[in-house]
Design a protein around this ligand. Structure first.
Ligand SMILES: Cc1ncc(COP(=O)(O)O)c(C=O)c1O
Length: 376
């Protein structure tokens, strides 16, 4: 496994930090594209682009991959054969970690806190199962500190006593100091893509705040003029600022607080984490059917909804500014069944889905224009 390690050379603005990793593994596709994004509902006078960080890989995909490049290198450096992590049952982090472990010859173990009674086999769970990860289902009201972490530690001890093999424990979302270097790499990529000249504001979905924290700290250290905003899809501003402040301290960065370098876009968490309102689901369909970009119900769909609402409701904040939304992936969340009924209803109502006979032209013309396709 050591063959996968490559030496990590931090960018110049990160060289003086404490706890800089020495190695990483290479998992992500780099230089994900940036393009204009005509997000539906955005009023005139606003400029929005999107960084397609959903394209960091097909099965790994999104913001988790960069964190895993450092977290799994750390596991290998520590001589671990097993990697134990946790998340909610539809976790993108757990899915990406499980597949990346297999890519590197590591053994993944996932503690999944159930969000419904049955684990099922859709969305990320399908991929978790395909990875062959060992899955430990935890009751829905499990608390990470109290219930999940002790179980992860006792599993590591059991593996050691039964096999003599070491395990590495990775926190939810990969949101620790090592993972933060993967999120700082998103900023580094933006820097190298000329984003500092092309944009004024960067927005990103914010759950555990690990991703936003890496981007805003790197942005500060590099002396960049960009303003970094986290669109909260979970937790509250205090939680997000605490996470950034604690990361600053662990990196040894003095004299600055999260509140000075990180702007929060609040109130678009909706009904709660991973719970979707009908208007959010409708928006997801509108986004994909007008822009071709897939956003998921838990993270990027809510965040994009928040961006659009904020531009409408609080126009002074972004009008005339060049805004870049970082798409953090999560596409497999679209396959968890949540969208199915509404899409089938939508297809029937809009008459977009129709039966065709093999031999006759379709009865309904497409957008009013006659066609001679026979549907095959
Ligand atoms: C697709 C997607 N976007 C955004 C986030 C939020 O990232 P973070 O937890 O680092 O704030 C997550 C976290 O799981 C995610 O899966």
């Amino acid at each position: 496994m050591a063959k996968y390690l490559v030496e990590y050379k931090p960018p110049s603005w990160a060289q003086h930090l404490k706890n800089v990793p020495t190695h990483k593994v290479e998992l992500a596709m780099e230089n994900t594209p940036i393009h204009e994004w005509n997000l539906p509902g955005i009023p005139d006078g606003f400029s929005l682009h999107i960084k397609r960080h959903d394209m960091t890989g097909s099965s790994l995909s999104g913001n988790k991959v960069g964190k895993l490049e450092f977290l799994l290198a750390d596991a290998i450096l520590k001589g671990c054969k097993h990697v134990i992590t946790c998340g909610t049952s539809p976790s993108n982090h757990c899915r990406a970690l499980a597949l990346a472990c297999r890519q590197l010859g590591l053994v993944p173990h996932l503690f999944l806190t159930m969000t419904s009674e049955d684990l099922g086999c859709r969305g990320n769970i399908l991929l978790d199962r395909l990875s062959g990860a060992d899955i430990y289902m935890m009751p829905p009201d499990s608390d990470d500190e109290r219930d999940v972490h002790p179980k992860m530690e006792s599993l590591a001890r059991r593996i050691m006593s039964e096999t003599g093999e070491k395990s590495c424990l990775v926190p939810k979302g990969g949101a620790n100091l090592i993972g933060c270097f993967g999120s700082m790499a998103i900023f580094d990529e933006l820097y190298n893509q000329g984003a500092l000249d092309r944009f004024d504001d960067v927005m990103v979905a914010c759950g555990s705040s690990g991703t936003a924290s890496g981007i805003c700290i790197a942005n500060y250290l590099a002396g960049s003029p960009l303003r970094v905003h986290g669109v909260l899809v979970r937790h509250d501003p205090e939680f997000a600022h605490d996470h950034v402040n604690s990361t600053l301290r662990q990196l040894g960065v003095e004299g600055v607080r999260s509140e000075d370098i990180f702007s929060i876009i609040d109130t678009y968490q909706g009904e709660g984490y991973s719970i979707s309102k009908q208007e959010e689901l409708d928006f997801i369909v509108e986004v994909s059917s007008t822009t071709g970009v897939l956003v998921d119900p838990t993270y990027t769909g809510k965040a994009a909804w928040g961006v659009m609402q904020e531009m409408k409701n609080n126009p002074g904040r972004f009008k005339g500014r060049r805004v870049l939304f970082v798409h953090t992936g999560g596409m497999f969340g679209l396959f968890d069944g949540r969208m199915d009924d509404m899409l089938m209803q939508h297809g029937a109502e809009t008459k977009k889905v129709r039966m065709c006979s093999k031999h006759e032209a379709p009865r309904e013309a497409v957008n009013g224009s006659p066609t001679d396709h026979d549907g095959e």
